[in-house]
Ligand binder design. Sequence first.
Ligand code: NDP
Length: 342
Amino acid sequence: KIYYDSDADLSAVEGKHYVFLGFGNQGAAQAQNLRDSGIPNDKILIANREDHYAEDAKSKGFTVEHDFSKAAAVADVLFLLIPDQVQPRVFNTQFAPNLKESVTIVIASGYNVFYKLLNFSPKQDVVMAAPRMIGSSVRTLYVKGSGFPCFVSVEQDGTGNAHAISLAIARLIGATKTGAIASSAREETAMDLFAEQALWPTIIMAFREAFSVLKEAGCSDEALVYEMWMSREPAEIFERAADEGFIEQLKHHSPTSQFGQLSGALSLDGKSTKEWFQHILHNQACVLNGKFCKEFSKIEDDLEKEGPENPLNELYRRSEASELGQAEKRVRQRLAESAAKS
Ligand code: NDP
């Protein structure tokens, strides 16, 4: 089911006060979209600690509240737009105890709701409006008047009116202009984690190994990085796939390329990849068993650390040590040197 502007009745949210927890990627974009959709400034409050995000909100004409308990108390609609890993701590301790009974809580990602990490009370509405875009695009596409793809769902219908409220909110942030897609926190989480833990790692691995094989065959660093990604050809292929079709875009390539790609993909046996993908989805990405979520929660504090104690820094170090990572570094260094000389 896809919902458009005409499906969303704004009377469902008439007179409501909107609080945005967070003014980062999504918060800044969605708050501005909502205001430009006709919600007056005095009905919008930004809840943010006292720092540059708060300053940014003020510079854009918003009122900012640093005391989260005060912000919670005035919210009829609360947008949870801080990073997923900090939401449970901040929401459960500073917001949940002070919220109105019939507040609507809006999430932009299914993760914390699917894994039941947020403490809602039964009379509250919990709805999802999850843009499939980074925040800057959520804003620029709204300004252009073209809208952006977004998943919407009702996760808890405490008031009995959550569906109408969710569509009105989606419309106010600009998500129903090109069509908001009915989804769920479970589906959004499954697809997000699957892409992050199965699909993209497979693509990264394929690039890494392809690089290694071609390097062994005598190809130069420069030729390889331009052939494989710096020419932006892969980006162009995905642009055309979105516009014209995943398979159809191949027709822009030479007959040699079309023949090679189509026959090559059909002759590859995807069985072991499929088994690996199923393993990630069912066993590791914890759509069914929550394993990844539990493991990831354990390292949440470590992600704030500096240096090698931060597991993310260590993963970057190991990835950059690969042949592909080292070669790209050399190429970029040489490019910078020749740019400085010219
Ligand atoms: P950001 O990383 O941009 O969030 C930054 C905001 O969160 C700032 O206002 C920051 O303020 C606040 N914040 C960070 N840490 C804390 C803390 N410990 N306590 C209080 N506030 C904090 O988040 P995103 O906009 O990227 O993500 C928000 C939601 O949107 C998430 O659920 C995400 O999954 C979802 N989403 C994100 C997309 C994206 O492209 N980024 C795409 C679609 C959905 P300060 O540090 O000053 O307190």
